[in-house]
Design a protein around this ligand. Structure first.
Ligand code: BJW
Length: 246
């Protein structure tokens, strides 16, 4: 999709103009152009470990130092990265709408840094660690957590404040995401493979009347069910959408 195929955007722009409520669901693809690897794409798996081995309570119990080494490296990469034109476009879109909710699966804080305000971080964030024993919090700087400080005085362990496979999403975050998905007239699904639940279900399962646009260079399991597909990188497509709308 290039600037010349503005016609592809027309139904989406028309839907945005009519919309009272807009919901965006983002995944790691939106940060790809900031240099942050996606989970399941090239450069995603880390030193031969699959995400499920590292992003799970079992993985953490098996080898907490390995899991923290992965998160510390990712955290350093997130801090070096800058929000890209896609993040900025969503922040701009929020400013021109009355009711806009951005639900992200990402833990990289790039939406917040781009100036988005109504952000639901469905899978948590890496701004802090929390203790598995007493729920104590400690802030994380770009160095992450020193490996010799994983064990906490209470007998628990500090872990990243994120949601791993098999864990429940923070109740309030999920409630906000469901409510935003239900009331949305337009849903933007950006840079997610839509294979991880329940996040993926918020894009299409809560509301049959919304105009749903998928922005992703690759097909996903929801592609057949959406109203329009923009096969383009988010940092290219989102500014075009917001420029045409605003
Ligand atoms: C671009 C681009 C560019 C590239 N521009 N796009 C129903 C059915 C089946 C299974 C389940 C189900 N319900 C629950 C499950 C189990 C499980 C699950 O979903 N498993 C499936 C994988 C099979 N879900 C869970 O376990 C969840 N918990 C749960 O359900 O709890 C139940 C419970 C209730 C009550 C009590 C107890 C339990 C939790 C899921 C947590 C996921 N966590 C992770 C890690 C977070 C922390 C961290 O970051 O380390 O979340 S896993 C990982 O996947 C991470 C991501 O947020 C998430 C999604 O990945 P994402 O962002 O979509 O990345 P990719 O790589 O998959 O896709 C990138 C996309 O970008 C691609 O499509 C590219 O084409 C595209 N792209 N460049 C735009 N420039």
């Amino acid at each position: 999709m290039g600037a010349s195929d503005g016609k592809i955007l027309e139904p989406l722009i028309a839907a945005l103009r009519r919309a009272s409520s807009v919901f965006a669901l983002t995944g790691s693809g939106i940060s790809a152009e900031s240099g942050v690897p996606t989970f399941r794409g090239a450069g995603g798996p880390w030193r031969t470990h699959r995400a499920e081995q590292l992003a799970s309570p079992e993985g953490f119990t098996r080898d907490p130092r390995l899991v923290w080494t992965w998160y510390n490296e990712r955290l350093a990469a997130h801090r070096r990265a800058q929000p890209n034109a896609g993040h900025h476009a969503l922040a701009r879109l929020e400013r021109s709408l009355r009711d806009f909710t951005l639900v992200t699966q990402n833990v990289d804080s790039l939406h917040v840094r781009a100036g988005s305000r109504n952000v639901v971080e469905l899978h948590g964030h890496l701004r802090e660690a929390r203790c598995t024993g007493c729920d104590a919090r400690r802030g994380l700087d770009e160095e992450g957590l020193p490996l010799d400080e994983i064990e906490h005085a209470c007998g628990g362990r500090f872990r990243p404040n994120v949601v791993w496979f098999g864990e429940a999403l923070p109740e309030e975050s999920w409630r906000s995401a469901e409510a935003a998905a239900r009331r949305a007239d337009v849903v933007l699904v950006v840079g997610t493979s839509a294979v991880v639940y329940p996040a993926a279900s918020s894009a299409t399962n809560y509301n049959r009347r919304a105009f749903v646009a998928e922005i992703n260079p690759e097909a996903t399991p929801i592609s057949e069910r959406v109203s329009c597909v923009l096969r383009a990188p988010a940092a290219q497509a989102l500014p075009q959408i917001v420029d045409a709308f605003a």
